[in-house]
Write a protein that binds this ligand. Structure first.
Ligand SMILES: Cc1cc2nc3c(=O)[nH]c(=O)nc-3n(C[C@H](O)[C@H](O)[C@H](O)COP(=O)(O)OP(=O)(O)OC[C@H]3O[C@@H](n4cnc5c(N)ncnc54)[C@H](O)[C@@H]3O)c2cc1C
Length: 281
């Protein structure tokens, strides 16, 4: 294992699906749920898309009974950038396996060039499948409307800020504005959404969610918080102890660089952690 791989391990559960499942079992013992993600994105040939599809199916089958069979996938690794039909066929196959296994599949959201296609493909998949959810990103100008539509349709949404570098015509650039957009979307989802997932490490956003749910008498069983593996571990347990549902996104695999890079961009403390280790601190 090269040294950088060692540092990525703070954010990535390991290289093999078994490593991720083991992390899931450790979380489960603490009353925390997991969603498992085999890292990989932007696949441009059919064979690689097929391999990613098969890996997602194998992962669903590997998760032992007792642990929720909940995985997250990226449409760009399932052939989205090759053809919609190919992607639909691959993801439908994964959803069939998930249905047999009593599992759930979350479609991660990627760059804004893929947003419309991801939402349309999701609507297509929803015609035949219940066990699938989408992600909406609060930084996009379009998202409040997408949230309203998701509430009307009864879609399951994970709400996050958004992790990709986007131009000002597509996305808000200022953190205060992104937080306001997040709150507006989260409030709609809490009041009328289908078991929304509030995915953030941002304490202001977490507190606003808890306060809004309380004020609107939304029971804590009707939504969940989600955070990323390796970030704010103590907070996961505090939220569970306070009666909230918490799910951790557990990535694994060898293609960790783009994921790792996004985590570095988000927070200077993450960079500081890596530098400290590189310098032997
Ligand atoms: C479960 C999950 C799934 C995701 N899925 C997607 C997806 O499909 N598509 C996508 O584009 N993005 C996704 N993201 C990433 C997301 O869009 C954000 O880029 C990422 O979560 C950073 O934003 P934040 O709200 O967590 O906090 P940030 O904006 O990074 O931080 C804001 C504030 O939160 C607090 N904070 C943050 N991290 C910590 C910490 N480690 N310790 C203490 N305080 C902290 C600090 O006060 C900080 O100033 C996902 C995130 C999660 C948690």
């Amino acid at each position: 294992m090269n040294p950088l791989t060692l540092f990525a391990r703070r954010f990535v559960a390991g290289e093999r699906p078994q490593d991720a499942v083991r992390a899931g079992e450790r979380l489960h013992a603490k009353g925390i749920k997991a969603t498992f993600d085999k890292l990989g994105e932007d696949v441009l040939d059919r064979e690689a898309a097929k391999r990613a599809t098969d890996a997602a199916k194998d992962l669903l089958r590997l998760i032992p009974p007792g642990i929720e069979r909940n995985i997250s996938i990226k449409m760009s690794s399932m052939g989205q950038e090759i053809s919609r039909d190919l992607c639909l066929e691959n993801v439908s196959g994964i959803l069939d396996v998930a249905r047999e296994a009593g599992g759930f599949v979350r479609l991660d959201m990627e760059g804004s060039n893929l947003t419309q296609d991801t939402i349309e493909t999701f609507h297509e998949l929803r015609k035949a499948h219940e066990n699938v959810g989408i992600v909406l990103q609060a930084y996009l100008h379009r998202t409040l409307e997408d949230v309203k539509e998701a509430v009307r349709r009864g879609d399951r949404v994970r709400l996050c800020k958004g992790a990709y570098k986007e131009p000002p015509n597509a996305a808000l650039q200022d953190m205060a504005a992104i937080r306001r957009s997040f709150a507006a979307c989260a409030h709609l989802l809490l009041e009328g959404g289908q078991y929304p997932a509030i995915a953030t490490h941002d304490e202001a956003v977490i507190r606003d969610t808890i306060e809004h749910a309380k004020a609107q008498k939304v029971a804590s069983s009707r939504f969940e918080f989600q955070m990323l593996y390796g970030l704010r571990r103590r907070r996961w347990e505090e939220l569970v102890a306070a009666g909230h549902k918490v799910r951790i996104y557990v990535p694994f695999g060898t293609h960790w660089m783009p994921y790792f890079y996004r985590r570095m961009r988000e927070r200077k403390e993450n960079v500081a952690f890596v530098l400290k280790n590189l310098l032997g601190g």
